[in-house]
Design a binder for this molecule. Sequence first.
Ligand code: TRP
Length: 460
Amino acid sequence: MTTRASLHGLWSSQFTFVLAVTGSAVGLGNIWKFPYIAGSNGGGAFVAVYLVCVAVIGLPIMMSEVLIGRRGRRNPVATMLLVGEEEAGQRWWRWVGAIGVVAGMLILSFYSVVAGWSVAYVFKTANGELAGHTDGEITAVFDNLVASWPLLFGWHTLFMLMTIAVVARGVQRGLEQAVRILMPALLILLITLLVYAMRHGEFAAGLTFMFRFDFDALTAESVLVALGHAFFTLSIGMGAVMAYGAYLPEGTSVGTTSLAVVIADTSIALLAGMVIFPIVFAHGMDPAEGKGLLFHSLPIAFGNMTGGAFFGTLFFILLTFAAWTSSIGLIEPAVAWAVETRDVSRAVAAWTIGGIVWLLGLGTVFSFNVLADVNFWHGTFFENIDHLATNVLLPLGGLLISVFAGWVMCRNSTAEELDIGTGYLYRGWRLLARWIAPAGVLFIFMYSSGLLGWLRGLNA
Ligand code: TRP
């Protein structure tokens, strides 16, 4: 074992680590993105492919990040530098950490704006703004919100302040306290809403939609969407899990904790689907409506149900809490980096990095109104940042991280960190980390860069 100490303290226990990584993993990806992409990609068969991707690509990369993080015990940039030098005398791996730190800031810049919608909807549902109106009026509430830059500006600012306030307090007093309160609350809210959906929603129809594995509905494209989403939802590919792993005490199990996170994240995505689809079906709405599923269709459905105002409010509190514990994970790598290398206090680091992300987020704020017509590359500023981070930087980072753990690190080192012997469990992980995960990620990467389409074009 290495004897390096973390400069930011350690998680109090293995359980808090699982709670924190689960908190980072469970977010807008699970509750906003998963239902709408499952809805738009035909339901059950998509869910099946996503589950396979999580198991064979997500889990080994998650384990790789945790073990690299705990070995280096620094921010992702310094960790990749240290471990790369130790294991193979290679210094350039620090750029993988650097790309991750930047990707986290880019993702947070738009994540905070969408999370801001969720905070706004907590208030809108609570003061009855969405009850007793026509479908058109409820839809207009959302369209008016995004059309007004001062409103988006305000909610985005509020959400960034919430994130900075937690991260500035440090690992034990900030991050750990937040997940200790928010994660149990999230679970209680989710179960309450599940019971509500069972009693008042079209529960059977929702279940059938999610779990009828109709493989005819599956296209090559939805397989790739499922792969990409597995990445985003598990928070892997950008060193966030590595940063959290740096605070993991010795003598804890990398395999068990990673498996627990993967199972928790997946279960919560499925439970969120079991809440959302029955409610959407109860009002006879289309599950394939896309990005607006949560802010257009769901409020309409809640608006027409008994107790809809109350349970609608609970729903958006749930979404806000989930986004909050994720935003903390998105900013932590950059904050840890600043504390370690810029010789500033954690509070100064959190406010500075948070300020930069906030500023960058204004690009997304304006993408829905004043700059809505400025389109280039993949669309608006918001769509470009999302595309760059999610479809380029995450797959690239994930590919390099699994290559690093599988090929660059010595067998002895990874075996020592994983501490599961050298039998079939260890060999299974290594096979996945060396071959299966990189191949899978390469596939997503070729797809998102348009290479596959281009090759297909050559064949046609
Ligand atoms: N997993 C988060 C979600 O599903 C989003 C996310 C992607 C993330 N990468 C991350 C969160 C890194 C924290 C850290 O919403």
